[in-house]
Every structure is written in C-alpha cells, then in structure tokens.
Design a protein around this ligand. Structure first.
Ligand code: URA
Ligand code: SF4
Length: 225
C-alpha cells in the first residue's frame, strides 16, 4: 500500500469510529477517539480507552497519562507524530471504569483493521487490557519490559510486542514510573530486531517475487528510527 492508500484507509476507519454505536460506550461519549499518528509508521502504541480529556478533544493520550507517555517517548528520542497511538476501546467508559469484555469485543474490529493497514513491526502495549489483546494469558506485573510475538488475531501480521505499564499507573507510583523508563528503553532495539526478522520473511500475499534490493520504506527515512 502507498502512503496515500494507508492514509485514506485509516481515515475510513476513523470516520466509522466517530459515528459508531456498536456498544453502550457510544451513549456517554462526547467524541470517539479513533487514534492518530503516522500512516507510514512501524510502531503502534495501544492504550486502554479514552479518558476525560480524550473524550473532550477526540485525540488519544492528551491528558495526564498523555504527559507521562510524552516523557517516556522523549526519553528514547521518539516523537508522537512518528508513531501511531490508539486504544483498545475508542469511546470513554463512564467514570473511567474498566472496559467490559463485550465492549472490547465490539470495538476490536477497528483496532484489527488499523493494524492490518499499518502492519507494524513493533506494538507497544500500555496497560493490561492492551496486553491482553496482543499477548493473551500474561500478567503485566510479570511481563512488563519484555518482548513477545504478537497474536496474529490482533490484526498485526508479524510484530514484536513490548509490554509497558499504563502511563496512568506510572503517574500514580514513582516506582512504576522508574520501571516504565527502563521498560521503554528497550523499544529501539526491539524495533531493530523486529525489522531484521521481517526482512528475512517476505510477505506471502503478493504474486510477484520479492525485490532483490527492496527500496527503503518511508519510515526508514525518519531520523529517530
Ligand atoms: N488512557 C488511555 O488508555 N488512553 C488514552 O487515550 C488516554 C488515557
Ligand atoms: Fe463503537 Fe468502539 Fe465506541 Fe463501542 S467503544 S461505540 S464499539 S467505537
């Protein structure tokens, strides 16, 4: 897919999300929050669901947790605009309660489609609901800071998953915050490793043989990566 095709496909998904009524979370929302970022990225960050400020603005991670996320990204010299940031559920649960299983299931096709379009090499999960989507059956307290193969049912074809605590948890606890800086520091190497692995495994969907000397992807030109 070209840049323009990815951008258009993501915009189709976003516009469906903005008017979606597939679950009860539609009732209390001000704005649905489809997610945002670079259509050419190799890195997708996935949180839990919008909070107050996200619901007000329609943008992911713009409140306190967003401030922590920004600090984490800055610590590895990555920028928000070079990654894609979204959530497991796209509408704010009332009073910031946990999303319920049927809400997560109702919303999953949007995340799955975003991941199919983006085909990231690295997925960074933020918190336990995101972890549960990408690496089912694990506990955040045991796997934070570690790399796992993605569950392809998530929509990501061939990604490594780096598990992070939720930035809101880091905001509440100095220990969790320190740990989160250590954990996110593993992201750049995880991306390099995932890139190398994917380069030896051409996509099987094309009828044409893989080019001998493939042109660099647009994301390879981004200096921070
Ligand atoms: N917390 C989340 O999980 N996602 C957001 O977008 C903001 C806060
Ligand atoms: Fe639709 Fe997801 Fe919002 Fe539920 S949370 S209404 S499934 S966009």
């Amino acid at each position: 897919m070209t840049h323009a095709e990815r951008q258009a496909a993501l915009e189709v998904i976003a516009s469906e999300v903005r008017t979606c009524t597939r679950c009860r979370l539609a009732d209390g929302r001000t704005h649905a929050v489809p997610g945002e970022g670079s259509p050419d990225t190799e890195v997708v960050l996935v949180g839990e669901g919008p909070g107050y400020h996200e619901d007000r603005t329609g943008r992911p991670f713009v409140g306190r947790a967003g401030g922590v996320l920004q600090e984490l990204l800055e610590s590895i010299e990555w920028r928000r605009r070079d990654v894609f940031i979204t959530n497991v559920v796209k509408c704010r649960p009332p009073d910031n309660r946990d999303p319920e299983p049927d809400e997560i299931a109702a919303c999953a096709p949007y995340l799955e489609r975003q991941l199919t379009v983006l085909d990231p090499a690295l997925v960074v999960t933020l918190g336990r609901f995101s972890l549960g989507t990408f690496v089912p059956g694990t506990r955040i307290s045991q796997v934070h800071g570690t790399i796992h193969p993605v569950d392809p049912a998530s929509g990501a074809r061939d990604a490594s998953v780096l598990a992070l605590y939720h930035p809101a948890a880091a905001d509440r606890s100095a220990d969790v915050k320190r740990q989160s800086f250590d954990d996110v520091a593993r992201a750049p190497q995880a991306l390099l490793d995932a890139r190398a692995r994917r380069a030896t495994k051409p996509v099987a969907v094309s009828a044409a043989p893989p080019p001998v000397d493939p042109a660099p992807t647009p994301a390879a030109d981004i200096t921070i990566f």
